[in-house]
Structures are given as structure tokens and as C-alpha cells.
Write a protein of this length. Structure first.
Lengths: 329, 329
DNA sequence: CTGTTAGCGCGTTCAC
DNA sequence: GTGAACGCGCTAACAG
């Protein structure tokens, strides 16, 4: 059975389709009686609006686009969960596009969003994205973009930024207060903005009496524990490890317990989504940057931008929570 | 600057919009020369088709809907990654809808998919979903649905099913071969189809000489380690633990190392996505059911259904890989 | 308060 | 091979 349209309803009710539209959308230009009558018929006929038509008419789709560079294990799922929750609340839906670390795909995804009438774009850039010209495509078409996560403070777009550098500094200060004398820092790829920000912050004030070295690892490649293990073995005096995110934390954790099967006094400090530390069998101190709440945040921000039709460029700062300690039973 | 339409192109080229349409869609009813000319102009004008219009015209959107009951930590992210990868290959996009364990939302999401011209629905049911009437909405409108994960073999829809019961049996046999005499099984909520299937399989052939008990845990609630720890403490002879998925595995792992800080001979067997075991500092044997490859699978299946316009009900079986052992360095 | 008309942008049918 | 006209389903502008 073909689905009913407003035309069908109009035929049954003996009114014009536009009147049906008014009734269904609770326009004030319509009488109580015909509104009720029309609504009753609509229900009778199992009428549901065809969103494709509504969207074409309105040139918008109630869709939000999320463009991520790739899937990481801890942050992204948590982020998606936050966005999905918030988006559902406001009657929007979420389309997820993964660039798979390709700038070309990133550009394609932006194009798609614009052509599909997406109302706004949430976007975390690829590691390779140096040039931001392809974002212009969206701004030209007045599709709001909000950058987050892998974004530099000087990028001329709406963005949400964590106080990365400051947390790096705080982390160092904390480790100092805990009497660390020999520290290893574990970071991601240099092109990743948040990684280098956190690194810069951490390395800013290292005093002479603290020995320090760092390593860059690839997300989630468990083999890299071997490299870390080697550093730990070669430097038995290391008494503190700083991890720039959860992926690095798990590598560090594995490496430490493999290097020192019996508990050894190495202070483990990280910036984390907040879930993983509680699943590790070792004290972990961490600054919490929850993907979930970030997801809620950025969703609210872009929905507001959509509503207000703002065009100027905003930078929103976000503070990590901490320092926290994981729960041990 | 307003974006170009086929009308604009036609004006510049001095032809009718319909001719432009033909040229752009490589219709055979058009001369080589005008096709090239029109395409050149289109490029010149930065023409990109308005998908909203295309979709309304075709009554479809090149969108796939994914409806999940909620976000778990291990399986779902991996699943989404698999689907996204596969979907991108074929020019489709993915919309993610989370029911948050509410049957009502589940129904709403189905409705949305149908009204929005989604080409197909991938769906894992809520724990509470007993009645499948609301799926009828989609079949009525000829929107293909494919069920996976939390689906019972007798449900009259297209579905992908893992050999859950069989794996349960195999797991028991494996633990027997490893001389376990006292086993604890850890499962999820009873309403979760895969959990109860795996449980039934595992419990089917337990011999008299093996002591066995089980517990149902909630996903990702770390407090439940206390309950497991109590069982382990009260039953010091337990020498094997079976975990129905990754969430249970991590609970078991925590509980074991907390109960017995020094290594103790407890055989740990699980059904897993395959990532977590390698991050645990203990031997783990597991049957691998990768969310990622499942995601690829179900995407291919539903795309085929869409293409073929099949209407009969298929059940696809999927085999877990194993038994595998985690990598230890 | 309601009907008429027009158009969102595209693809397709039917003429020529 | 091309133009004209129509319709997908809905909403908004204008009249009355």
C-alpha cells in the first residue's frame, strides 16, 4: 500500500493540500475544527511526512555531519556516544564520515555534507591536513563548521580547544611534587596538534635536575611496547611516565608491567577519557578529558550556531578535570 | 554566491536543463560534443548536484541506518568502524541511531529511517524488545532490515547469526581438555540473545565431575568485580573462567588479579573482538568475533539485498575464529 | 481562515 | 539528439 501524502489527506477531508500542511504544522492560520478533523484523518491514513520532500523544500536535513580522521579505541567511541545522545535530544541525526587520514576524503566528506543539506559539521582534522582551503567550501555555502580535538589555536574557524599546553605544564608540576627525577614522555605523531601542544606544555619548564626523554608512538600499535620497554630497560632510573592520551597510557602500562613484573615505583600520569585508568591494575593519575562530555559540548555549540546563524569566529576553551586518581579495589 | 544548478548551466550553454541532466548523467541520448561542452561549463561553474533534490526524485538517499541498543566499549566501536569503511567504498553514508535500551526509541528510529528514504537498516535489538511489530513499519515500506548481534534464530527477518551455542560448547570442551575442574561462567543480562545462547551452549554438556557456577553482570560496571571477587574468594578451587564477551573478560581479569595478586593458575577463556586480550597481562584464550569484520559483512549483505531487491528471508551464519591465544611479549 | 499558485532542483517521458 | 512539460511531496506567498 502506497503511503499517504498531504494530497491524499486533502482529498479525503475535502480541503486543499496547503490547508493540510497548515493543520499538521500547527499553523495559527487555521480553525480549531478543521485542524482536528485533518489530524484525525492523517492518523487514520497512517500519514507520516516524507522527509525527503520536507528537506528539499527547506534546504536542510536536520542532519549533523561528524568528520573524524580515523577510529581510535578510546576517545572516538566515547565522543560519538556523547554527540549521539545530545543530537537525539534535539531531533537531529548524526552522519559519521571517516577520512581515514586522507585529506582528499576529508574534502569529499565536506562536499557531501554541503550537498546533502547537512545543517552543521563537527570536524577533527587529519594529521596530514596542513592547508584549510577545502573547508572554505562549507563556509561559502553557509554550512557552519566546528573544529575540535586536532585543531590549532590559530585556525580561523569556530573551534573547541582544550587547555592542552596548560595541562602539560600541570602534569610536570605534579610529577615534580611527587619527586620524579627521571621522566619519560610518550606522545603521538608530531602532526597531531593536541599531542604537540601537550608536549610543548610539559617540556616548557623542565628543570635541570630532572632527566627527561620522549618518544612518539603510533596509536594502538601494541608492538611499540617493545620500544618503550627498551627505553625503560636502558634507563632503569626512570621513575615517572607521562602519557598524552589513553592509547599511550595503555602502551606505557603494558611496557612497565612487562619490564618490571613485580611492582616498581614508577609514577604513571596521563591525560585520559577517564574509563581506561580504572581498568588498569596500577595507580594512575590522570587529567580527565571526557570524549563524551566533549561530544555533548560541541553538539550544543554547533546547534546554537545553527540557530543563531552566527557567522563570526568563536573559540571555546575547555578545561580538563583533575588531577584524578583511578579507583583501586 | 549562490550555487549553480542545472538550470544555470543550461542558460550558459544555451541548452535546456534536461539536456544538461542527460550530459551529466552520461545518458546515451546525447552527442559527444554537447556532453563535453556541458561538462566543461559545469566544472567552470563549480556545479555540484543538490542531493536533496536528487533524493526526492529517486525516493532514496544513499544512506544506511544503524540502530544499536546502546554503546558498549569494545564491540560497537569496532563494528561502526567496519561498517563505515565498507559503506564508504560503495558511496553510501551511515546514520547512527542509538535506542538507549528503549523500545519506543527503537520504533522511532525505524520510522525515521523509512521517512528519510534510508536505503537499508542494520539493527541490533534492545534487550527489552520482545515484540517485533514495529519492524513491520519498515517491511511495509520495502526498506530492507538486517538484524545482527542481539537476534534470535527464529526471528522472521534477514539476519546474521554467530554460531554462539556451538562456541559455548567448544569453549567448555577446550577447558575440559585443559583439565579444569571448577569453572565460573560470566554472562550478560539474560534477555541478551547472544549471551543466553552462549550460556546454553556452554552449559549443555557439563559433566558431573566439573563444578560449575555462573553470574550475570552488567556491561562495563566496574563495581561488579566485587561480586566476582567474592565468588573467587569463596571458591578458591575455581581453576577456569569463561567470559561471554570483552566486557565480561575485563571484569574477570580485574577480579582475578585483585583476588590473587600473584599469578595463579586460572584458565581464562573468552569470546572477544580480539583487541582487548592483547592488552591484558595474563594468558587469555579466546574465540574471535570481530566487530569490524562483522560490520563489513552485514554491510555487504544489506547492500546486496538493496541491489537485488530480494524479499525473502535469509539467515546468514558466521563462524567465530579460534581458539586463539593472546600475544605476550 | 482557506484556496490558488508557484517553486525547491532534478530526472524522465513524450514529442519533434 | 534535443526541448518542453511534468512530477517527486511539501511549504510559503499572495489573494480573497
Amino acid at each position: 500500500m502506497k503511503r499517504a501524502t498531504i494530497k491524499d489527506i486533502g482529498k479525503v477531508a475535502g480541503v486543499n493540500p496547503s490547508t493540510v500542511s497548515r493543520a499538521l504544522n500547527d499553523s495559527k492560520d487555521i480553525s480549531e475544527t478543521s485542524r482536528n478533523k485533518i489530524k484525525a484523518i492523517a492518523k487514520e491514513l497512517n500519514y507520516v511526512p516524507n522527509l525527503l520532500a520536507v528537506n528539499l523544500r527547506n534546504q536542510r536535513s536536520n542532519l549533523l555531519g561528524l568528520i573524524i580522521p580515523k577510529f581510535s579505541n578510546y576517545f572516538i567511541p566515547s565522543l560519538i556516544e556523547g554527540i549521539t545522545k545530545e543530537v537525539n535530544k534535539h531531533g537531529y541525526k548524526l552522519v559519521i564520515l571517516s577520512s581515514e587520514e586522507s585529506v582528499d576524503k576529508e574534502a569529499e566528506h565536506i562536499q557531501f555534507c554541503c550537498n546533502a543539506g547537512v545543517d552543521g559539521i563537527l570536524m577533527s582534522l587529519t594529521q596530514e591536513t596542513a592547508n584549510l582551503d577545502h573547508l572554505q567550501f562549507a563556509t561559502d555555502k553557509d554550512v557552519p563548521i566546528l573544529l575540535f580535538d586536532n585543531v590549532k589555536p590559530n585556525m580561523p574557524f569556530d573551534k573547541v580547544i582544550l587547555n592542552d599546553k596548560e595541562i602539560g605544564e600541570k602534569a610536570l608540576a605534579f610529577m615534580q611534587s611527587k619527586k620524579c627525577k627521571n621522566i619519560l614522555g610518550i606522545y603521538a605523531h608530531e602532526n597531531q596538534a593536541i599531542s604537540s601542544e601537550r608536549k610543548q606544555g610539559f617540556e616548557k619548564n623542565i628543570p635541570k635536575n630532572i632527566k627527561y626523554q620522549s618518544i612518539n608512538c603510533t596509536d594502538g600499535i601494541i608492538d611499540e611496547t617493545n620500544d618503550i620497554k627498551k627505553i625503560l630497560t636502558d634507563n632503569p632510573k626512570i621513575d615517572g611516565v607521562f602519557c598524552m592520551n589513553d592509547e599511550m597510557l595503555i602502551l606505557a602500562h603494558m611496557s612497565i608491567i612487562r619490564t618490571y613484573p613485580d611492582t616498581k615505583e614508577i609514577l604513571l600520569v596521563a591525560i585520559s577519557d577517564g574509563v581506561l585508568p580504572n581498568f588498569l591494575n596500577r595507580d594512575v593519575y590522570y587529567y580527565k578529558n571526557s570524549g563524551k562530555t566533549l561530544g555533548e559540548d560541541i553538539t550544543q555549540k554547533i546547534l546554537k550556531t545553527i540557530q543563531d546563524k552566527d557567522t563570526y569566529i568563536d573559540t571555546y576553551f575547555r578545561e580538563a578535570e583533575g588531577i584524578l586518581k583511578n579507583v583501586r579495589f
